[in-house]
Design a protein around this ligand. Structure first.
Ligand code: ATP
Ligand code: MG
Length: 251
């Protein structure tokens, strides 16, 4: 566990509400994430974790409340939204790499298209990032030629290539074979240690204990409990968190 950083909010959600038809999927969410902070979001299936992540980079519009990134309110649409969205890197359960582009092209594409970087510069940076996530030797292969763990590390490199201010991870290891989980978690722990601001939806308690400043427990669209990882896992306060932990701990 690292100590909580300097108290400067980078991501702030205030009074955020969202409905899918009748379903009140995000209910009065207030959450402020400091620069350099790592927040793990945990909770039962359907509790709204993915919707929360998607709302933070506006893949999902919200119905009420406000979300700011680095002080700027997320615009509804247009160029400004594309730029702000590029400030938020996102890694999903499924790797979502472009199948017909090489690993290197996957990582270099965004900076060229969105950030308008010269191709050679973007590719140089892409190679550095592939090195950082441990897949430099795979640069000229296609995604299907890589293992799941390697593909997910490429997805992380691709997100980092945009120089995001915050990285969102939505169950990045849950589609992986067990032996590949750690190679991805190790990259994420490294990022956390380097000071990246991160929101990570995961049930990997080892990661939470090693890298998170806070655990946010969601249930039924609400944040039910927020605590330091050790406190949360050893002495959760709410009955809902106790119940949830008793279920995941028996697996
Ligand atoms: N596009 C959508 N339209 C309608 N309902 C949706 C949509 N996306 C999600 N939901 C519903 O919203 C609720 C929250 O979904 P969400 O995916 O955020 O949960 P989650 O906590 O990420 O769950 P899981 O652990 O299974 O990934 C669920 O009841 C889900 O069925
Ligand atoms: Mg989800």
């Amino acid at each position: 566990m690292t100590s909580r950083p300097n108290g400067e909010p980078l991501v702030r959600l205030s009074g955020v509400n969202k409905w899918f038809g009748e379903l009140h999927v995000l209910q009065d969410i207030d959450l402020s994430i400091d620069r350099g902070e790592v927040v793990v979001v945990i909770g039962p299936s359907g509790s709204g974790k993915s919707t929360l992540c998607r709302a933070i980079n506006r893949l999902e519009p919200i119905d009420k409340g406000e979300i700011t990134i680095d002080g700027g309110r997320l615009p509804e649409e247009g160029k400004e939204l594309a730029r702000l969205r590029a400030d938020v890197g996102m890694v999903f359960q499924s790797f979502n790499l472009f199948a017909h582009k090489t690993v290197l092209e996957n990582v270099a594409l965004g900076p060229v298209k969105v950030r308008k970087k010269p191709k050679a510069e973007a590719e140089g940076r892409a190679r550095e990032l592939l090195e950082r996530v441990g897949v430099a030797s795979q640069a000229d292969k296609y995604p299907a030629q890589l293992s799941g763990g390697q593909q997910q590390r490429v997805a992380i490199a691709r997100a980092l290539a945009m120089e995001p201010k915050v990285m969102l991870f939505d169950e990045p290891t849950s589609a992986l074979d067990p032996e590949m989980i750690n190679e991805v978690l190790d990259v994420m722990v490294g990022l956390a240690k380097d000071g990246m601001t991160m929101v990570v939806v995961t049930h990997e308690m080892g990661f939470a204990r090693r890298a998170a400043n806070r655990v946010v427990f969601m249930d039924g669209g609400r944040i039910v409990e927020t605590a330091e990882p050790e406190t949360f896992f050893t002495s959760p306060r709410s009955d809902r968190a106790k119940d949830f932990l008793s279920k995941i701990l028996t697996h």
